[in-house]
Each structure stands twice: as structure tokens, then as C-alpha cells.
Design a protein around this ligand. Structure first.
Ligand code: NDP
Ligand code: GDP
Length: 339
């Protein structure tokens, strides 16, 4: 029997990769998308799957539309990927962030709770929940110390998912995913901002790029590898939470250095603090500057995930190195700008 899956956040990075993955597994994929005046199907087109998905217009903050949706379809699996997912914006719009990112999943769980045949539920938890970390590695048992309205909303969603699992026997899991990137990553996130910015500089469409704190460290993986783990979590005998990461961490400066090296640029960092900048040695021009505007009111300085549990129980491991990921992102951005 063909399984039916609901993916919320279908227009986002992970929504696109997960839909592609589930279609290959012969699922019927229903993608929930809030109505938008802008074209937000470009990721589905990039993967050539736009016509293979049934799109339904749902805003997660409207429980009545969720009730009708679950009456209409019998879902086997529900992947809640929708969220206001950008930390920077969560400081500017904390209320709408918490409505989508915290109350959104609660709305879905409330609807599932009242169904006779309950679908399995996946919640997109985040390493940002660990926040100001105290340990070298973070795993499923590490404390949460969230540093932004986004991360605090994710902590709520994480706990409410566990609570509904324990209270109402819903097969509900939290995938605690560390940062994952791809050519489809939103342009405001630092990795894509760098690969897009450098690609524009190379073809002469941009003079320099401005960034914030280049000393923050992240554990970056490839989104295409991570969606497989989401699916695997829902195929287990028992619902449990899992950390998905690479186990390696690098700062933003080193991401930039790898990217410029791949591009064959000769560069040098000069100056300190807000005056630090990256110079292109070939033409002596500044290509990266620091701008205070991109610093956050509270920062997460360091993240490194321990994915041992996922390795053992899900038989999952990351397949793409950071260098391969950066190459993939640069290639895609350069192709776009050379069109
Ligand atoms: P994106 O920001 O690319 O996608 C988020 C999606 O949520 C978009 O489709 C957006 O729609 C949708 N959305 C936002 N608000 C609402 C709402 N009120 N109702 C319905 N849909 C809404 O995120 P990613 O694909 O990168 O991430 C997927 C999930 O995983 C998110 O929940 C994110 O927080 C989480 N996560 C991501 C990590 C990462 O590194 N990528 C790490 C850990 C967790 P629209 O196009 O209309 O804006
Ligand atoms: P996050 O881990 O979900 O916040 O992912 P981001 O890609 O948005 O940010 C990762 C890290 O990069 C954070 O520590 C940011 O402070 C840092 N950073 C430095 N400069 C920038 C910038 O210009 N944009 C963004 N988005 N992040 C930046």
C-alpha cells in the first residue's frame, strides 16, 4: 500500500529534499504551504518535483484549517518542518516566531490527539536549543540553554512533542538536527550568504560582502543527508529523539577560507575586531567586511553534535564532508550567476 505523508514547510530547504526522498520511496506526498504572493516553489522546481507533489494551503497557526486537512487525508506520517527558522528574524519578530515555531506544532499535535488512527509525527527540533553550551559535544541528554526567541520556541515544541508522546501514545519524535545546508539554503543564513556573495564577487556583480561574528562555530552537514534520518526515525519500533550531526565544528572564518581556496582566490585577513577584513591579493580589494548589524543580541558561540545514538540505532551517518558541501553550493551559485 502506498503511504501518504504530509510535509509542512514544503517550500523550505528541508521540505524540498524530504519530498524528493519520499517520492523515491514511492510515497504520496502532500505539501503544506501557507499562501504567498511570492514565488516560493523554486526549490521544488530545482529538484524537478513540483508536479509530483499535491500542495495544500495551510497556515500552521490556524487550527481549523488543520482539522479540515486531517479530515480530508489519512496520513501515515506527518513531518513538521514549518517554522520561522531564522534566528536573526526571531529577535525582530519574536511573537510571530513563537506562533509558527512553538504553537504551530502544538496545533498539529492537538489535531492528531483527537484522531482514531494517529499518524506518526516528526518534529524538526534544533541544535540551537543547546544554545550557550557547557560540553564539548552535545547529545540527546545535554541541557538546553536557548539564546533566542527561535530556540526558546523550539524548546517548547520539543517538550510538547515528548509530552504528547507520553500522554496520548502518539508515535512522535524529535529530530535534533544540527545546522544543515545546501544550494537550497535560505540566502540569509551565513553559509549561503557566503557562497552566494563570493559567486557574485567573482562575476563582478558585488564589490564586497558584510558579515557579523566570524568566530562562532557550527557543526554543518548536508541537508540531503539529513532528511534520510528524519524518515528513519519514523520507521523505528519505538518513538525516540535523535541528534543528527557530523561531529565536526568549524568557525565562519574557516568556512570562508575554504570557499575562497576552492575558488582559487589568493586572500589575506587583516585588521582586528570590527575592522577585520578579507583582502583579495590579486587586485588588493576588500571582499569581506565585518558589520555590527549582523551580530546578534545573544549568540550561540559553539555547537558540535554527537550522533552516536543515530549511528547505532538508525544506522545513519553523514555522507558529505564540509568541503564537498561548500563546493556543491559554490557550483550552484556560480551557475546561476553565469546564466
Ligand atoms: P526554511 O526556513 O527553509 O523553511 C521553513 C518553512 O516553514 C517554509 O516553507 C515556510 O514557508 C514555512 N512556514 C513558516 N511559517 C509558517 C506558518 N505559519 N505556516 C505554515 N508554514 C510556515 O527551513 P529549513 O527547511 O532549513 O528547516 C526545516 C525545519 O528544520 C525548520 O523547522 C527549522 O527550524 C528546522 N531546523 C533547521 C535546521 C537547518 O540547519 N536547516 C537545523 C535545525 C532545525 P514560507 O516559504 O511561506 O516562508
Ligand atoms: P543559526 O545557527 O541557525 O543561527 O544559523 P546562521 O547561518 O544564521 O548563523 C550561524 C552563525 O553565523 C551565527 O553564530 C551567526 O551569528 C554567525 N554569523 C556571522 N555573520 C553572519 C551573517 O552575516 N549572517 C548570518 N545569518 N549569520 C552570521
Amino acid at each position: 500500500m502506498k503511504k501518504t505523508a504530509l510535509i509542512t514547510g514544503i517550500s523550505g530547504q528541508d521540505g524540498a529534499y524530504l519530498a524528493q526522498f519520499l517520492l523515491k520511496k514511492n510515497y504520496r506526498v502532500i505539501g503544506a504551504d501557507r499562501r504567498s504572493a511570492r514565488d516560493n516553489k523554486w526549490r521544488l522546481r530545482y529538484l524537478n518535483i513540483e508536479n509530483k507533489i499535491e500542495i495544500v494551503n495551510i497556515d500552521l497557526t490556524e487550527i481549523t484549517s488543520l482539522i479540515s486537512l486531517f479530515e480530508k487525508y489519512k496520513f501515515n506520517e506527518v513531518y513538521n518542518l514549518a517554522a520561522q527558522s531564522f534566528v536573526g528574524t526571531s529577535f525582530v519578530n519574536p511573537i510571530t516566531t513563537s506562533q509558527a515555531t512553538a504553537i504551530g506544532p502544538l496545533n498539529i499535535l492537538e489535531v492528531i490527539k483527537n484522531l482514531k488512527q494517529k499518524p506518526k509525527f516528526y518534529q524538526a527540533s534544533s541544535s540551537e536549543m543547546f544554545g550557550d553550551v557547557k560540553n564539548n559535544f552535545q547529545n540527546e541528554l545535554s541541557n538546553f540553554n536557548p539564546q533566542s526567541p527561535y530556540a526558546i520556541s523550539k524548546v517548547f515544541a520539543h517538550h510538547i512533542t515528548k509530552n504528547y508522546r507520553d500522554s496520548y501514545k502518539i508515535f512522535a519524535v524529535n529530530g535534533i538536527l544540527f545546522n544543515h545546508e545546501s544550494p537550497l539554503r535560505g540566502e540569509e543564513f551565513i553559509t549561503r550568504k557566503i557562497t552566494l556573495g563570493l559567486s557574485k564577487i567573482i562575476v563582478g556583480k558585488l564589490n564586497f560582502l558584510e558579515v557579523g561574528n566570524i568566530y562562532a562555530k557550527r557543526d554543518w552537514g548536508f541537508a540531503g543527508d539529513y532528511v534520510e534520518a528524519m524518515w528513519k526515525m519514523l520507521q523505528q519500533k519505538r518513538p525516540e529523539d535523535y541528534v543528527i550531526a557530523t561531529g565536526k565544528t568549524y568557525n565562519i572564518k574557516s568556512f570562508i577560507n575554504t570557499a575562497t581556496k576552492i575558488l582559487g582566490m589568493k586572500t589575506k585577513w587583516v585588521g582586528k575586531d570590527l575592522n577585520e577584513r578579507l583582502i583579495n591579493l590579486t587586485n588588493k580589494k576588500i571582499i569581506i567586511k565585518i558589520n555590527k548589524k549582523f551580530f546578534r543580541p545573544a549568540e550561540v558561540n559553539y555547537l558540535k553534535g554527537n550522533y552516536s545514538k543515530a549511528k547505532k540505532e538508525l544506522r545513519w551517518r553523514p555522507k558529505t564532508s564540509l568541503k564537498e558541501l561548500i563546493k556543491m553550493m559554490l557550483k550552484s551559485d556560480l551557475e546561476n550567476h553565469n546564466k
